[in-house]
Design a protein. Structure first.
Length: 224
C-alpha cells in the first residue's frame, strides 16, 4: 500500500464566517473561487456538506446543483474524491473539514460557516483569507509546548516514511502524549488537530489521532 498523500499547505484557503455566512456566504465563496481558478461557472466548483441534504431543502444548494456544481458529503465524497478545482465546504464539522483536506487534488478550499467554533483549528493551521466582517485570528504558535512539538515533529518523519503507522509506533506516540499531558503539558484535541494539519500529516493519521484525542483530552472550548 502506498502512503496517503500528506495534507497540502500550498493551495489557497479562505472562509466566510459568522452571521454574513448565512446570507451571502455562497456568493462570496464562489467569487473568491473564481479568482483562484479563472473560471466563473458552477461546473468548476465542488461543494462538500457534512451530511446528505436534499437539494430542495436548501435554495443555494438547489441552484448550485442545477447549474452544474458537484456535491459530496463527508462520509461519501462521491465525485469529489479526486476533485480538481475549487471546493466549497458548507457548514462544516471537524469530519467534513478533515474530508476536504484529504482531497489532494482540490486546488483551493473556501469554508462557509455561520458557527465559527469548529473553524478554530483549521484557521490556526492554515491562516486562511477572511472574506467577510468576521475575522478569526490564528494562533501565533500552534500548540506552544516545546516537548509536545518535538514529539509530533519526530513522529511526523516516521509517519511520512510508511504506508500506515505500525501499531507499535502508534502506541509509542499515544503513551508519550499521555505522559506529557499528565506532567504539565497543556494541549487539547483541537490544538493537536491544528498541529497535525500544520505538519502535513497523512489524512488517515490525522483522523486517527483526532479520534484518540477527542476521547481522552478535554476541549479548549470557544476562543474569546
Amino acid at each position: 500500500m502506498s502512503p496517503s498523500p500528506p495534507v497540502r499547505r500550498d493551495r489557497p484557503r479562505a472562509y466566510v464566517a459568522g452571521p454574513a455566512a448565512a446570507k451571502t456566504g455562497w456568493g462570496r465563496a464562489r467569487e473568491w473561487a473564481a479568482t483562484q481558478t479563472g473560471r466563473l461557472g458552477w461546473a468548476s466548483i465542488g461543494i462538500l456538506l457534512p451530511e446528505p441534504v436534499a437539494p430542495e431543502q436548501s435554495r443555494p444548494l438547489r441552484l448550485a446543483s442545477i447549474r452544474g456544481a458537484t456535491v459530496g458529503f463527508a462520509g461519501d465524497p462521491g465525485g469529489l474524491h479526486r476533485w480538481v478545482g475549487a471546493l466549497i465546504v458548507d457548514r462544516p464539522t471537524v469530519a467534513s473539514l478533515m474530508a476536504a483536506e484529504a482531497i489532494p487534488t482540490a486546488t483551493s478550499i473556501v469554508v462557509v460557516d455561520p458557527d465559527i467554533e469548529v473553524l478554530t483549528p483549521w484557521v490556526d493551521a492554515f491562516d486562511p483569507t477572511p472574506l467577510g466582517v468576521t475575522v478569526l485570528s490564528p494562533a501565533e504558535v500552534v500548540l506552544p509546548v516545546p516537548e509536545v512539538r518535538r514529539v509530533m515533529v519526530y513522529f511526523t518523519h516516521r509517519l511520512q516514511r510508511r504506508a500506515a503507522p505500525s501499531p507499535r509506533l502508534w502506541q509509542m506516540l499515544l503513551r508519550r502524549l499521555e505522559h506529557l499531558y499528565h506532567h504539565g503539558g497543556h494541549f487539547s484535541a483541537e490544538s493537536l488537530l491544528a498541529l497535525t494539519w500544520q505538519l502535513q500529516w497523512p489524512p488517515d493519521a490525522v483522523g486517527q489521532l483526532h479520534r484518540w484525542a477527542t476521547a481522552h483530552l478535554p476541549s479548549d472550548g470557544p476562543r474569546p
